[in-house]
Write a protein that binds this ligand. Sequence first.
Ligand SMILES: Nc1nc2c(ncn2[C@@H]2O[C@H](COP(=O)(O)OP(=O)(O)O)[C@@H](O)[C@H]2O)c(=O)[nH]1
Ligand SMILES: [Mg+2]
Length: 316
Amino acid sequence: MPAKNDPPDLIKRVRRGEHAAASRALSLVVNEDAVADVLAKDFFKCSGVAQKLGVCGPPGAGKSTLLGRLIARYRAEKIKVGALMVDPSSSVSGGAFLGDRLRVMEHATDPGVFMRSLASRGMIGGLTHAIFGAIHVLEALGCRKILVETVGTGQDEVDIASVVDTVLCVTTPAMGDEIQAMKAGAMEIGDIFVVNKADLSGADRAVSALRGALGLGRSAGQEPQAWGPPVVATSASSGEGVAELAEGVEAHWRYLKDSGEGRARLKKQHAAELRFWMQRRMIQAALDRVSDKNLEDLLALRTDPASLGRKLMRAR
Ligand SMILES: Nc1nc2c(ncn2[C@@H]2O[C@H](COP(=O)(O)OP(=O)(O)O)[C@@H](O)[C@H]2O)c(=O)[nH]1
Ligand SMILES: [Mg+2]
């Protein structure tokens, strides 16, 4: 019997669609275990087939509930789905994640759904690295839709637009001010805008405000967009509007394929993954060289951080 982490065996089992193997592989890849590179090398070959969807927006907007609805739709069509919940605030907000867990729980025992949360471990580019690695595992597992839930819209550690193919920006009627605040980051990266909690008052106003803001933002001296981001009103708790949202997601996927924009985005994603990989390794290598003697030299004012840093980064 092969050892537990035997890469060829693990790869074979992940490719066969075994969730337990994917779970193990994911931990190894995310934690950069010694065998991670061997696994990642194989899994990468499966990249670019699945549609990767980013679901972003402020906490409480209903992202997890919406995610659960989309998963249900895909499962009704027998599409294998992967879901990653990204939590940039690390383990501190375990409570929030527990809530997420409960909301998507109905899918937890479905062999056609693979779910996992990712928490930042406070490393440079750590979370982004983990997302790329995790997505590749899900791709190798055979997921055809991969949903990534994340708080925030691009100014954070996770620049979701360089990770996924289709970005859903979720807001609510109660977040009227958020729409104003959102314009800088989300307006540019959103492929589909969702006003969730449309059962609450003010939904129509929020939809018009968004449409207005989108129109303004994009007409000023920019090229006409081949893809005009739709604004969809949903009520994730009742399921209303979710069909329209899912259609929008399909339309965007078709647009990406037909226009060549999909390949352009994939190239951007690979570039980002490569950049993060290199940044991480280079910085870590230099940090590993810092000795107590170096710190003593700083303390005694024999050198300064910039000179020492430059020296350590040059060393092999
Ligand atoms: N009224 C209403 N409440 C909703 C809707 N969607 C989600 N919620 C509720 O909003 C809260 C936050 O939802 P959640 O999916 O955890 O939001 P997230 O933080 O963005 O993932 C929960 O109590 C949900 O039940 C909706 O369409 N209408
Ligand atoms: Mg959530």
